[in-house]
Design a binder for this molecule. Structure first.
Ligand code: HEM
Length: 238
């Protein structure tokens, strides 16, 4: 059997955000139904979003690799003479409250706003603002921490969706948890890719290390996203 080949303008993937998004949607299998399911989860996740955000910040403050980013930026807000160390720097600061509110807005946006040009720009901004490669000089979060946090957030969202499904809350018996979890995995794979693109070395598309063939990052992440969604599907329906 010959599988029809869809022709992809690979240069355009790197110059046109909409085209890049559509490629990821086609490859991973993101449809309007997925977006509808993500939006339909707003009622489920809305009451839990503050708990989610608190859990994310507890996690960021539980590791020196991530806590140090906030510790470093304290100089912009706190009295420089205060006797604060990385160890005793705590979450009860107005600037951390601001960060939490931003993260909350972002999560609420994911489940309420249309996936249009503005949304793509917002998903893209999540990568741009965390790395000097995006033009910021004041913040430098390495990719490993971005991806670790995104995975943490994804797991927390999935846990919240299952908790609702397994509860006796109104509407829970009819809730499509399988479809919603799969939809989130796909959408967050796109978010992951939009973050990662700010960390890519454009030369990595063509340069080959002597021993390892260079794998362009975008198709690798698209395959990983598709695999994650596929495995989630298998785990649920086997
Ligand atoms: C996928 C993971 C992440 C998401 C979705 C996320 C989300 C956000 C959002 C929504 C903002 C506010 C941006 C604005 O409205 O201007 C922000 C800012 C910030 N994030 Fe993250 N973040 C992530 C990972 C991280 C990690 C791992 C760290 C620390 C290690 C971090 C540290 C910060 C800091 C310090 C700011 C303030 C940036 C500034 O205003 O200069 N973020 N993030």
């Amino acid at each position: 059997m010959t599988i029809p080949v869809k022709s992809i303008d690979e240069d355009k993937l790197y110059t046109d955000l909409g085209y890049r998004y559509q490629y990821l949607c086609d490859f991973i299998g993101i449809t309007d139904k997925d977006i509808q399911l993500v939006h339909a989860s707003a009622a489920v996740l809305g009451p839990k979003v503050d708990i989610l955000v608190d859990a994310v910040y507890d996690q960021l403050f539980a590791f020196s690799s991530t806590k140090k980013v906030f510790f470093k930026e304290r100089a912009k807000y706190d009295d420089p003479s205060s006797e604060v160390t990385l160890e005793n720097y705590d979450l009860n600061k107005p600037q951390i409250g601001m960060r939490k509110s931003s993260l909350k807005r972002f999560i609420v946006g994911l489940v309420t706003k249309p996936y249009d040009e503005r949304m793509l720009a917002e998903l893209d901004r999540m990568g741009r603002i965390h790395t000097p490669k995006g033009g910021r000089t004041s913040i430098n979060v390495e990719l490993i921490h971005m991806q670790a946090l995104l995975a943490f957030l994804q797991d927390a969202l999935i846990a919240a969706l299952f908790a609702y499904k397994n509860s006796a809350e109104e509407g829970s018996s009819k809730f499509d948890v399988e479809g919603t979890v799969r939809a989130f995995c796909k959408i967050l794979a796109v978010q992951n890719q939009f973050i990662s693109r700010w960390y890519e070395d454009p030369a990595s598309r063509v340069n080959a290390s002597p021993r390892l063939p260079a794998l362009p990052v975008l198709p690798v992440l698209a395959v990983t996203g598709a695999l994650t969604a596929g495995l989630t599907y298998l785990a649920m329906f086997k």
